[in-house]
Design a protein around this ligand. Sequence first.
Ligand SMILES: Cc1ncc(COP(=O)(O)O)c(C=O)c1O
Length: 380
Amino acid sequence: MTKVKKDYELSNDLIRTWSTFVPKQAATEVGKTLRSKWINTGKKEKEFKEKARKKWGFPYCVAVNNGTAALRASLAVLGVGYGDEVISTPFTFIATNTVILEQGAKPVFADIRYDDLNVDPKSIEEKITKKTKAIIVVHYGGNPVDLDEIRSIGRSYKIPVIEDAAHALGSKYKGKYIGETGKLVCFSLQVVKIINSGDGGMISTSSKIYYQKIKEIIWYGIDREAKKTNLLDPFPDNYRGDTLGFKYNMNDITATLASVGIEHYDEAAAVRRKIGERYRKALSNLRKVKLLSYFPDREPNYQIFPIHVKNRIKFANYMRDYKIMVNINNRRNDIYPIFGGERTDLIETARCDKDVVLLPMHADLTNKQVSLIIDVVQKY
Ligand SMILES: Cc1ncc(COP(=O)(O)O)c(C=O)c1O
């Protein structure tokens, strides 16, 4: 059996599914931070949060060390714990669901929709029980879910909605950025994301109460920004010691990278948009390939470009013959023993688990490479 190479071992002439976008300015700015004598959470982290708030209209913003931490902190703020159920999607990177287990709760999987790979609101509603403590939705691939419909379900049953927006920085729903509205919206700044800080994350919230709680829970239950008047007490005046927290804060090295990323977001997003629009135009009427549905009231950021394809293993091998790499982003999560094993009622999830692959999508792709990809897919 041939061993599949790690991404970093692949030859440079291969067109990769993903890549890392690091603006030139990043090295200079990180150099300045490293020499500043303060690399822990500080000025740079504050600057990053302010920039993010202004750029995407977040009412309140908390920076964390990764997207998984953002999700777990959100569940913790809602008090999700042992005996609780959290309704989630099985079609996502496992982090969306491992955090539920970390909190001691049980993921209950709703089915997804074949057309856009997002969770099906009707299936969410069917899975609600007395034990349901929260709903997590993923804006899959940066293509937003129908927030109005899902929030309305949440309101009717008084169940809070967490948005896993790891893919959706800069995407829009009904004219507003993801994170501009919403009580707990979690982003990831991991290496292949549209902007990245090596690893990093943030939570946007419209609730001042949640904002205060999140600030505390991500650093041992302590609000680092709170007033301190006692010269010798290590903790701020309002520290009560009654909340168990995590160590999820973002340091200033990470924040510097994230901050430079924001300054170059438009550039990176424009490249993705152009590629996404080209793919959609050129690949929309093929027999063996089906594109996802994109809706007129939403703007995707094309974080990834999933397609449905007939016989995906054959397709992957065929693409590899042209030195084009295609990937499966994730398998349905329920099949893994940690999540309890394969569910039999996830009909659309089962279909997608057999035929979804990602076409290359990143800021390093040239026009010529995109033309080649289009040409090769058309010929399949
Ligand atoms: C949908 C989804 N949720 C959560 C995460 C976790 O983010 P992070 O890697 O920043 O912890 C990822 C990571 O890629 C993801 O794709």
